[in-house]
Design a binder for this molecule. Structure first.
Ligand code: SF4
Length: 355
């Protein structure tokens, strides 16, 4: 059903978001209305990553919202010919790998990622040469050509389980260095983790967003917002890509989807009143809208400049191009059939573990 402009405004006004002012709503309602109208007209699957700013995130229905892998799997269920992935290009690549027959589009192909951009297939090959016959596990936050060189993929929700499933006492993990250190700690000596920079000269990568949280920040936040460690109803959530000492100070660490689920369960149980999330700020904005009874403490300026390149205006341009039958190459994510088939193997191997 087509939305009306009034319907869009009412739905924006009904959001319990203290940051969404009447000026914002009046300024953005029309563009949102035009996007939703064309999305419905062309049956476009519009996927929204958890780090999208709330007005972009809200263009997707709840099934279309989530983390990059969950969204790519969701996309494989759609009957739409077009998938617009509101996230950065490596995420859209995963959607393309999982849905090779569909047209996958991304609002800004120049949006990068400090993890994916700084680590590629050559670095994987160098590590394999230095450490032969050891399985290579790659974090989903990487480009397809790097994935194609690896044995198995993982997400921040399943890294330890995936590592343990691999043969042998050692595993090579790429590309995130803090993630590798956190994984090593999680595995408690069950498996040795080899990663970039550890007894080799291969350069790894880190997430420039999660890197910004320091142990001193977390301790200061606990004090300022009165979130003492171990409190039954107040939680310090930390993302896996943060530094190991930051993870150790958390009350719960995990992927964005795991953090969301933990909050949802605690809301059901009535065991949550105040939280801080050490992750991209917009995750907090989106969860604050979803769980209005929880007090989300935030003084947040930790944003991903790459994710922020996705805007309502750019999304509308894609839909207008679809509507007028224009060339979509400015936004279309393309991969060779060979890359699709080789990069799909490590993803499918990971998925087979949970099926
Ligand atoms: S938050 Fe930004 S820089 Fe960090 S992994 Fe995600 S896309 Fe990359």
């Amino acid at each position: 059903m087509n939305p009306s402009l009034e319907g869009v405004k009412n739905s924006l006004y009904s959001r319990k978001d203290p940051n969404l002012t009447a000026i914002d709503i009046e300024a953005h309602a029309e563009i949102i209305y035009n996007i939703l109208k064309l999305k419905t007209k062309h049956n476009v699957s519009m996927l929204g990553h958890n780090y999208m700013e709330p007005l972009v995130f809200g263009l997707s229905n709840s099934k279309e919202q989530g983390d990059s892998l969950g969204l790519s799997i969701e996309a494989s269920k759609t009957d739409s010919d077009y998938i617009i992935f509101n996230g950065v290009p490596f995420m859209a690549e995963t959607a393309k790998i999982m849905n090779p027959k569909k047209t996958v589009l991304v609002a800004d192909k120049s949006a990068g990622c400090s993890l994916a951009d700084n680590f590629g297939a050559d670095e994987v090959k160098a590590l394999k040469e230095k450490h032969p016959n050891i399985p290579v596990m790659i974090y989903i936050n990487s480009y397809a050509d790097a994935k194609a060189e690896c044995d198995i993929c993982c997400t921040s929700a399943n890294a330890a389980e995936v590592a343990e499933s691999m043969p042998g006492d050692e595993i090579i993990f790429v590309p995130d260095i803090y993630f590798a250190e956190n994984l090593e700690r999680e595995l408690k000596g069950k498996k040795k983790v080899i990663y970039p920079g550890k007894n080799n000269s291969v350069k790894g990568a880190i997430c420039e967003v999660h890197e910004q949280f320091t142990l001193d920040d977390i301790l200061a936040i606990r004090k300022s917002f009165d979130i003492p460690k171990g409190h039954p109803n107040r939680m310090m959530y930390v993302h896996w890509e943060c530094k190991p000492e930051v993870l150790e100070e958390s009350d719960y660490y995990g992927s964005t989807s795991q953090i969301r689920l933990n909050i949802a369960n605690r809301v059901k149980e009535g065991t949550i009143e105040r939280v801080f999330i050490a992750s991209e700020c917009e995750l907090t904005s989106n969860l604050a809208q979803e769980f209005p009874t929880v007090q989300f403490s935030t003084a947040c300026s930790v944003r991903c400049s790459h994710m922020a390149k996705v805007s309502l205006f750019k999304i509308l341009r894609i839909l207008e191009a679809i509507d007028s039958g224009k060339d979509l190459s400015e936004w279309e994510v393309t991969l060779s059939p060979e890359t699709i088939s080789t990069a799909k193997r490590p993803i499918e191997r990971m998925l087979s573990l949970s099926s």
